[in-house]
Design a protein around this ligand. Structure first.
Ligand code: 16G
Ligand code: ZN
Length: 543
């Protein structure tokens, strides 16, 4: 405890160094691990304050840099329901970190100011749950974080050790649901999703997966977790293989593998070959903290075919629409999808025109998508990069339970109603979760009896390309309309539009990255060659 100045300084001096300027970005603070000690310390303080502010509810903290290279790390705060930290607190987090990065006196003043604005007392009890991914800077940064929590006198800190990001979101939510006294451990996560899987396979009479699955775990924390989880069921015996599972070798993390590598380079990761002798199978890649997943296969003529976040969203949309129809709930429950500007134009067309499912577009970043998805009864959101989930409103459970008690309903209808409930348990609704999404996709494919090709054939992606352009100051690139239009630099959007008009079926947008010092340029067009031309030309306009 550090109510007096000297004790507070003692804690500050243990980890804080001066001079770096921090900003809470799309997914928290994320930088080279060498500069993170100070912000880890202040995040310990801030997470504690957030818990006290919320009446002692448990607030989660995840130490990870997701798909970034091994030398990076980061930290993000998770609110009690498992969702991302509320926006107004992002600025408190940034201000507190930057005050500590100036000197002790500024930190002390900023802390005092926050306590006054928020009307908080450092003596009030609170709870924080923390976990980290497999990076080698994790233990050092965790220690700085824990010292920060000591600034609060009565803060209970639960250290969950090494977890995937979605496990931490899930456990944070469960801790608050189950209340004081409940034993919250990782086993709860495995149990929850495995029981949903058991229920589903029993209900649909699925004895085994239709084909084998190879999981590229990006040499990250997803590897031991998915192995432990699937290993616990004989159902999965001989049906899955983990490749790039070397999570105890931090320099290998995300290197030539993982969801981001596969999506960005549109090619197979290291360790997975397109060899036809493997027998029928599907592949998927997680990212470094297992909150993203993309699928892929190699077709009969040897081409690499990606089944990304858009394909996952459309698969679920089609499936749930049919399920609602069979359950007799199509008019009563609203199904909708949420995408970003990166969604392939063909996927949006398929959802809106072929399926008749509404699509909302939001800026990049899970918090934006999640926020819109909860407005639907069944809200499916996926970024093209594979990050996403499905959220179910309370009305789903209520209506299903109500209909279920009606004995006059047919057997098919009963089954569909039950399936809706089981899916709401199989999906990690708190945040995108590679393991839970993977099981969700495998469940749908097994029920529909679809091969990867059949899934892929629902629509054809427009050729697309994403490039990164380095500019002197990316903050001048300001967008509106869910990042699809630039309002600054003035005139640039008009020039892009004039270019796009010269191409068939084309689209292009430019936005400043929220995680890197660069501007991203995305383009789609009717052919590979045209998309190359367009993206290069728009890139030149931006430079
Ligand atoms: C973060 C976001 C991810 C988004 C990416 C965009 C979360 C948890 N993660 O990793 O969803 O796609 O940023 O990065 O929200 P960019 O702004 O550099 O393009
Ligand atoms: Zn991630």
């Amino acid at each position: 405890m550090a109510s007096d100045s000297e004790a507070l300084q003692g804690l500050y001096d243990k980890h804080c160094v001066q001079g770096f300027k921090y900003a809470y970005g799309t997914a928290g603070f994320r930088y080279n691990a060498d500069v993170l000690d100070t912000v880890m310390f202040t995040t310990g303080v801030l997470a504690g304050l957030r818990s006290i502010y919320l009446g002692g509810k448990t607030v989660g903290v995840m130490i990870t840099a997701s798909h970034n290279p091994p030398q990076d790390n980061g930290v993000k705060i998770v609110d009690p329901r498992g969702e991302m930290l509320e926006k107004s607190w992002e600025s408190y987090a940034t201000e507190l970190a930057n005050s500590a990065s100036q000197n002790f006196a500024s930190f002390q003043n900023k802390l005092k100011e926050l306590l006054e604005i928020l009307k908080l007392d450092l003596m009030t009890p609170g709870c924080v749950a923390v976990a980290r991914d497999s990076r080698d800077s994790g233990p050092r940064l965790l220690a700085a974080f824990k010292t920060g929590t000591e600034v609060l006198a009565n803060l209970q800190v639960t250290d969950h050790g090494v977890l995937t990001t979605p496990q931490l979101h899930f456990l944070t939510c469960k801790t608050n649901d189950l209340g004081q006294g409940a034993v919250i451990a990782e086993t709860l996560y495995f149990k929850e999703f495995l029981s949903a899987w058991d229920e589903l396979t029993m209900l649909c009479n699925i004895q085994s997966l239709p084909y084998k699955i190879r999981i590229d775990a990006a040499n990250g924390v997803g590897a031991p977790k998915v192995e432990e989880m699937l290993g616990a069921r004989s159902f999965f015996d001989n049906t899955f293989t983990v490749v790039n599972g070397d999570w105890k070798n931090p320099p290998a993390l995300n290197h030539l593998c993982g969801a981001d590598f596969v999506k960005t380079n549109q090619r197979l990761p290291q360790g997975i070959s397109g060899d036809a002798k493997q027998g029928p199978h599907i592949n998927c890649s997680f990212d470094g903290d297992a909150d993203r997943v993309v699928f892929y296969y190699v077709n009969s003529v040897g081409e690499f075919k990606l089944l990304d976040g858009d394909k996952i969203a459309t698969l679920f949309a089609k499936f749930f629409q049919e399920l609602l129809q069979t359950a007799g709930l199509r008019d009563e429950l609203q199904l909708g999808t949420v995408q970003t500007a990166y969604a392939n134009g063909s996927s949006t067309h398929y959802l809106e025109k072929m399926l008749g499912v509404p699509v909302t577009c939001t800026p990049t970043g899970v918090k934006h998508l999640h926020h819109e998805a909860v407005k639907f009864d069944i809200g499916i959101y996926f970024e093209a990069n594979g990050h996403g989930t499905i959220v179910f409103s309370e009305k789903v459970t209520e209506l299903v339970t109500q209909k279920f008690s009606d004995a006059s309903e047919s057997k098919d209808r009963h089954n569909a109603l039950q399936l809706l409930l089981v899916f709401s348990k199989l999906i990690n609704q708190t945040v995108g979760d590679a393991i839970s999404d993977m099981l969700g996709v495998m469940a749908v494919l097994s029920i529909l009896k679809w091969t990867p090709e059949q899934w892929d054939n629902e629509y054809t992606d427009l050729p697309n390309k994403l490039i990164k352009v380095l500019v002197p100051d990316r903050t001048v690139f300001k967008t509106v309309n869910a990042e699809r239009q630039l309002v600054s630099p003035v005139g640039l959007q008009q020039s892009i539009d004039d270019l796009v008009d010269k191409f068939d079926n084309a689209r292009s947008f430019v936005r400043a990255s929220g995680t890197e010092d660069a501007v991203r340029v995305y383009a789609e067009a009717a052919t590979r060659q045209k998309v190359e031309e367009l993206v290069t030309m728009v890139g030149q306009l931006v430079e």
